[in-house]
Design a protein around this ligand. Sequence first.
Ligand code: F6P
Length: 475
Amino acid sequence: METGTADFVVIANRLPVDRVLSPTGKTMWRTSPGGLVTALEPVMVRNGGAWIGWHGAADEDVEPFEHNGMHLVPVPLSEDEVAEYYEGFSNSTLWPLYHDVVAPPEFHREWWDSYVRVNRRFAEKAAAVAQQDAVVWVQDYQLQLVPSMLRELRPDLRIGFFLHIPFPPTELFQQLPWRRQILEGLLGADLVGFQMPGAAQNFVRLVRQRVGHKTHRDTIYLPDGRVVMAKAYPISIDAAGFEELARTPDVIARAAEIRESLGNPKTILLGIDRLDYTKGLRQRLRAFGELIADGSLHVDDAVFVQVATPSRERVQQYKLLRDDINRLVGRINGDVARIGQQPVTYLHASYPRAEMAALYRAADVMVVTPLRDGMNLVAKEYVACRYDDRGALVLSEFAGAASELKSAYQVNPHDINGMKSMMLAAINAGPRENGRRMKAMRKQVMENDIELWANNFLEELTSDRELHEKNPRPV
Ligand code: F6P
């Protein structure tokens, strides 16, 4: 097959840009706020890199284009494919299955067929743009078949895969009717990265049990002599970028303004999440509501600000959640609010990074209590913004971040009483105690940023082995 010109190729469900309208009505692309593109953009620019992904609209062909020195290759999806591959198999089968079945996964054969078809389209695009011996990095659960499909088309490539969400325990994964195909899809990669060591171990065990390959620790031996590594690479954020933003006079002024408009309460608690049933919003709001109702917190003293960013709004479970949270917030406020003093401020909206940084700066207690989460970057963003060593983090032990942020007030989000006492502990601890905890967490976050994460992964992917010489690592 003919090769392309890109030395380094990223494949992700979405392109790293959002379409915006200029004041003159012209369509323009703006880099999305995510950390992944922040880390990979310099690598892409230095290596003539290409990014392959969906541009976010159905039934529309967009020509490849250049953006900030990156070659972007849009992958079209039809209306049916959005419903079956994206909302269906990716977000109503894999997403709940991989998150401990906190919502019931649905298994539909048409959704699987669509997933296979779309994965093949991504693989074909990558095969066409990658140069001989290029390095290709496939991202996340929407594209688990791409590594093997791409290897078949282009055996010369060095292929990495990273899963941003949890990889489930073997008992849950085995529910998937297409479990073997997914495992074999991932085995097309040379390196399969996970957030946590336990996830890598789950994968290796499943490969041994279900596919029958020999394994030793993090290494899988394929019958054709190829070797696949499975390892943990806990993802992070652009920590210095967040701190810098939090230090700007505009953000500091905005944080003060937020505090003022909430009535200058003693304590501001904050949650920022995508509106997703994995995030534990119900349990968290109930815990806070009970603290007010039982008199542990006074309505004049404490305010909970919950930002819930709209997400996957056509998927049934997300619609149900949205209604549930609306009702719950209404009930809490209805039961315990006083005129001019509302305990929960609920914002169903997305905000720019600067507004998030101002919220982080204003919050005395950040509450991050997912029922299951691959990592949770909000927890790390909060820590990065607290250069003053103030504030406290209440963190679910079921978020990947918990294994790094050991000085957080860790909670089991299913245990409402436990959460209530941890929230109170965080609120009532003095600045010395919270300062000590925050310092320790800041050291971890500032020293392990997204750039280091990307470098570690790419170093392992391109190190070694017999391909090393002809395939130097992107720098
Ligand atoms: O956490 C997984 C993830 O796919 C992220 O990569 C992404 O930013 C987020 O969920 C939002 O997902 P979607 O692309 O479905 O809006």
